[in-house]
Design a protein around this ligand. Structure first.
Ligand code: ATP
Ligand code: MG
Length: 415
């Protein structure tokens, strides 16, 4: 594959499902290896010890995935006939890649003519498989964007950072999506306390690395909380000095969004320009307030400003009311909040120092605490669940043609 093609597939692949049917342990191992490739974060890979016959039996019963890889030892008319049979049981638009024993140009042409996306000669490595599968998925589904979620606080200390952390842990641990968390507050960042890392870098270093497209340096700046959650370990910045510009920060966001399906940015305690730039381009904006008058008054203005920045395109704007019950007698009712803000309360979070402050102080991942996990699942995840289901929109993105269409077309031509 040419360098240009390699670069074209060096992106986060769209949400999709892939099944690999092979009796060759090396191919199945190569398929398993795809899970370690960052581009496959949204691709569900199933490796099956089987062949075209097994695939036919499976798709007689269940819906076929977006892409099927079939390995075969016999490449003759009997195989292409069985491939035709398989196509008859597949969903419209399912694509196929064949792995065979020989490098045979005529066969390659015949399979491509039948609508097969590609033909590979065994043995295949994870790298080879990744390139060919990536190309086929991009051709079939196209490139779908990652999701940027911005959290902003109406006022200092209302809990924006801990909620960003809770949301990131929930999306990674409960919804199983690869997630990146970062903040724009430079030296004022407290993410390292909650997630247990030393701030080893600065926003300035991170944007410089992004501007130089230096992926290795960015990788070193990421703290891996677990398999699915990474945090940009900034916070070493000088507190009383200006940090990076909005333009520079956008370069960093661009780079991270190509790498990760969910990017969460906590903009609490940050320069206005950085807050504004993240809010302007986020797919979803969460405004955090407490249910008390001073915070709500600012929340009202902030929501109006967010609407102005977005100029009619509000993205998904959610109001989160935190620390409910801390000062019950001074709290404003849900009804009054919604009337004043012209916005529904999307989520309430209880005032619960055990759930939030204790875990934060002990650097305990919130989803590792039973009570916190419940609060996250019940109160916060409903705000994002509908956007994050794997394969949610693939039907809409289905282009014309594919494996089935190719083979049916061929059969029709024959008839
Ligand atoms: N619902 C809650 N119940 C109990 N404690 C909470 C709750 N929400 C947040 N806290 C605690 O309140 C403190 C302030 O929270 P946090 O740092 O998240 O606020 P913030 O809005 O990001 O502040 P800043 O404006 O400084 O960025 C933290 O120690 C946090 O653990
Ligand atoms: Mg904060």
């Amino acid at each position: 594959m040419s360098e240009a093609e390699n670069q074209a597939t060096s992106i986060l692949l769209p949400s999709s499902k892939l099944a690999v049917y092979s009796k060759d342990p090396q191919t199945l191992e190569a398929a398993r290896g795809l899970e370690d490739d960052w581009r496959f974060a949204r691709v569900r890979v199933a490796g099956e010890d089987g062949d075209v016959e097994s695939a036919i039996r499976v798709y007689e019963e269940i819906k076929s995935p977006d892409l099927i890889v079939i390995q075969t030892d016999t490449i003759d008319d009997s195989f292409t006939e069985r491939l035709g049979e398989l196509a008859g049981h597949c969903e419209e638009g399912t694509s196929a890649i064949i792995i065979g024993p020989d490098n045979d140009v005529n066969l390659y042409r015949k399979l491509i003519d039948m609508g097969v996306s590609d033909y590979m000669v065994r043995p295949v490595s994870t790298e080879d498989l990744a390139e060919v599968v990536a190309k086929a998925l991009i051709e079939k589904i196209g490139v779908t964007g990652s999701r940027l979620i911005a959290l902003t606080g109406a006022k200092g200390g209302v809990g924006t950072t801990i909620i960003a952390e809770a949301l990131a842990c929930g999306i990674a641990d409960i919804l199983g999506q690869k997630t990146m968390l970062l903040d724009t507050s430079g030296g004022w960042s407290t993410l390292g306390v909650g997630l247990g890392f030393e701030p080893s870098t600065t926003l300035d270093e991170a944007v410089r690395a992004a501007e130089a497209n230096d992926e290795d340096s960015i990788k070193r700046m990421l703290h891996r909380v677990d398999e699915r959650l990474q945090v940009l370990a900034t916070g070493g910045d000088v507190m009383l000095e200006d940090t990076v510009s909005a333009e520079q920060f956008e370069v960093l966001i661009d780079m991270l969004m190509v790498k990760c399906p969910i990017v969460i940015v906590d903009v609490s305690h940050s320069p206005a320009a950085l807050q504004r730039c993240v809010i302007a381009r986020a797919n979803q904006i969460m405004v955090v307030s407490t249910p008390t008058l001073p915070a709500l008054r600012l929340a009202r203005s902030l929501v109006q400003e967010v609407r102005e920045v977005r100029g009619g395109d509000h993205g998904e704007l959610s109001l989160i009311v935190n620390m409910q019950g801390q000062a019950a007698s001074s709290e404003v009712s849900k009804n009054d909040i919604e009337k004043a803000m012209e916005l529904d309360v999307a989520a309430y979070l209880p005032f619960d120092p055990k759930v939030f402050l204790s875990n934060e102080s002990e650097s305990k991942k919130l989803t590792d605490d039973k009570a916190a996990r419940e609060v996250i699942n019940k109160n916060l995840l409903p705000l994002v669940r509908k956007y994050l289901a794997v394969n949610e929109n693939t039907d809409e993105d289905e282009p014309d043609g594919g494996f089935l269409d190719g083979i049916l077309g061929k059969l029709k031509k024959k008839a």
